[in-house]
Design a binder for this molecule. Structure first.
Ligand SMILES: C[S@@+](CC[C@H](N)C(=O)[O-])C[C@H]1O[C@@H](n2cnc3c(N)ncnc32)[C@H](O)[C@@H]1O
Length: 221
């Protein structure tokens, strides 16, 4: 699914069939320090994605940012330069511990284990920025109805005017299976009555989309 992660995705599929989703991601991180080569300087694709997302943020300071599917915490760490507090959440405890080890766990940057599909209601309305990079493909159910449900729950975590930023793999032309899923994910966010599209940028081989939470009682056009 990912430009540098085809083998990793095949491995996830095999592990998942044998052990279930959560155990699959744990096993993946147990087997490799950096399963998607996000830290490997040979893959400039990864740093281009991080830099693009940061460049697409409006020039304002954020109060509380949430990085969903934070992995080794590289993006969360970059967000800490723009937000007073950053929480990175990942399904895999090993990833959380590795991110804490790399970036520290105190003060303004924190990492926790959690599942995007089952986030605590206590987080609702708590964030003015949410980022989700290369993660939503891995949800157990990616039907349109399930995506609408996840988007509604993510939108509920934002305060009015807060932003959600997606970054997903996308090939031009877009007829491969992974790109079709990325497009459906993007469309699910764009059709949410609680979100309005702010900007979208494509470059080889990913798309970054920024949406803003509408104030209660208003609906996107
Ligand atoms: C391709 S990695 C991306 C990591 C990070 N966003 C980045 O771009 O560097 C996908 C991450 O999503 C996490 N993940 C998968 N399903 C998840 C879920 N349901 N909830 C939270 N994290 C999840 C995996 O453990 C993995 O760390």
């Amino acid at each position: 699914m990912l430009i540098v992660g085809g083998k990793t995705d095949a491995r996830i599929a095999a592990l998942e069939a044998a052990q279930g989703k959560h155990a699959a991601f744990e096993a993946l991180y147990d087997a490799s320090e950096d399963p998607w080569d996000t830290l490997n300087p040979r893959f400039s694709y990864q740093s281009r994605k991080y830099n693009r997302l940061m460049a697409q943020l409006p020039q304002r300071r954020f109060r509380r940012a949430l990085d969903l599917g934070s992995g080794l915490g590289t993006l969360s760490r970059l967000l800490a330069s723009r937000a007073d507090q950053v929480v990175g959440i990942d399904l895999a405890q090993t990833a959380v511990e590795r991110a804490r080890h790399r970036h520290g766990a105190a003060g303004s940057l924190q990492f926790q284990r959690g599942d995007i599909a089952d986030l605590p209601g206590a987080l609702e309305g708590c964030f003015d920025l949410i980022t989700i990079m290369d993660t939503l493909y891995y949800l157990p159910d990616t039907s349109d109805a399930a995506l609408d449900d996840v988007v509604a729950r993510i939108a509920a975590l934002l305060e009015p005017g807060g932003l959600v930023v997606l970054s997903n793999h996308l090939f031009a032309g877009g007829w491969d299976k992974a790109t079709r899923l990325s497009r459906r994910i993007d469309r699910a966010f764009c059709r949410s009555p609680r979100l309005a599209l702010v900007s979208r940028h494509w470059q080889p081989f990913f798309q970054t989309t920024v949406l803003a939470a509408l104030p209660p009682g208003t609906q996107s056009a």
